[in-house]
Design a binder for this molecule. Sequence first.
Ligand code: GDP
Ligand code: MG
Length: 444
Amino acid sequence: MFEALAEKFANIFKKLRSKGKLSEQEVDAVLKDLRMVLLESDVHYKVVKDLVARVRERAVGKEVLESVTPGEMIIKIMWDEIRKILGGEARDLHISSALPSFVVLVGLQGSGKTTTCGKLGAFLKERGFFPLLVSTDTRRPAAKEQLRILAQGSKLEFFDLPQGKTPLEVVRAARNFAREKGLDVVLVDTAGRLHVEEDLLQELKELVTQETLQEVLLVLDATTGQEAVKVAETFRECVNPTGMILTKVDTDARGGAVLSIVAQTGWPVKFVGVGEKVTQLEVFRPDRMASRIMGLGDTLTLIERIEKAITQEEVKRLEKRIEKEELDLSDFLEELKRVRNLGSLEEIMHMLPGNLRGSISQIDGEQSLKRVEAIINSMTLEERAHPAIINASRRRRIAQGSGTSVQEVNRLLKQFEDFRKIWKQMKKGKGLSLFGRKPFGWGL
Ligand code: GDP
Ligand code: MG
């Protein structure tokens, strides 16, 4: 996702990790690098200054500099401070107990409001809600049509009024409609222009002051960087949003922009859009976003995906084995097959810490999976359970038996080792997360 920024972080970390003890001067040199990286990545200088100062304050303490792994501890501090800037904890969508609850999306044209409205509808429906999609863009028929099509696609209820009505009138009518139909969350898509325009803002102002709305979320295109911050300021004065949704966070090299936007507005981010498809909406989790920005991988999200594909029982069985470090090559083969069913392997790769990416990514494609399968099938049960016993002559035999080469057998054994590491790391990540955070539960 944020390749460029993550790579720059990786360079800083390499320097940090290569050192045993760190002097205060060395910490300052690292912080100087950090400052450069962040500035180059579109993070506002004030945010950078603040962040660096806070990291420094915690990093030059006695415990850190005199600890066994000062480099790791400084990385952890950076991560923690970035996580805090991003909002600390994930925030639930506020849904009132008096139904229907209203979530209004505001923002500039092209920021992704309509798309996000459809995504949110599908997201809530999947969690047992009965959403209603409402378009208040009563001037542009095409805009309404776009939302209607999205609603149809996800089998969601849709509501609008004929042209010429104000957003306030539409919302009031939608409230009655939702009550009659027993729908619980009303998602309101609003009109946005190319620029912030007075009359449009007045309409929104009228809406937010006259109706009780549980959430007014500003949809911001993360790729616009500092521009997004300016837009946010205008909307703050007029509608005072309860939070934000950042879109297009899938596009490259924008980790810095996300950091900057959140730091400068101070509003909680509730969701991020990570693609054009209706399923590509994620709950915003500051800890994970911090890990992604820093290239520490996103093992928590990966765990969720993997858990979806594995039954609970299998997870337990695997967990037991991992605890005993007994994960064997048969499990490896099973996992490879499952991981391939999770979606594109490439997508999954981006969630892994960089150093583990390389070797696993070679097992892409049906063809190479078949070869891996052949190799493992040519091993004895004992070899599968205890790969350590596979010496040179066994490797030759396995290669011959599977119609592959010794190099391929070697590579597979190496990949298996990496896989073991990932699993261990993920297990660690799950209970404690990377650095002691609890995983976020969707507490609705
Ligand atoms: P609106 O004018 O604010 O309603 O914006 P739209 O919902 O019509 O979206 C504008 C464009 O941005 C469309 O082409 C969407 O497909 C695209 N878009 C919206 N959200 C995302 C996202 O999270 N990632 C990507 N890559 N594109 C998005
Ligand atoms: Mg729209």
